[in-house]
Design a protein around this ligand. Structure first.
Ligand SMILES: [Zn+2]
Length: 100
């Protein structure tokens, strides 16, 4: 998704990057390739990144659980994963609220 740089007014495709940690906090940012202006997105820490890994894993597992076929058999597993995903997302949001 292209965006326009506030500083130089050029269009570019933001490539999200992660800084080296400062006091355990990583800055998520992107840089305008035309004028090198740096745009802060948000912060992460090891805990929130680890939760993100779990979120990605659960999302992948969810795609493997059939939605209609074997519904009765798979329903509980799917609900379990959805609940897990919601809890992980809530946990991550709480961490991000603290460090941002
Ligand atoms: Zn620029």
């Amino acid at each position: 998704m292209k965006t326009r740089c506030d500083k130089c007014n050029e269009m570019f495709n933001p490539e999200v990057q992660k800084s080296d940690p400062k006091a355990g906090v990583y800055e998520i940012y992107f840089v305008c390739p035309h004028c090198d202006s740096r745009y802060h997105c948000y912060n992460e820490n090891d805990q929130s990144l680890s939760i993100q890994d779990s979120i990605n894993t659960v999302k992948l597992e969810l795609t493997k659980v059939p939605k209609i076929k074997d519904f009765v058999k798979k329903f509980n597993k799917r609900q379990e994963l959805i609940t897990k995903l919601k809890n992980l997302t809530d946990d991550k949001r709480k961490i991000l609220e603290k460090i941002n």
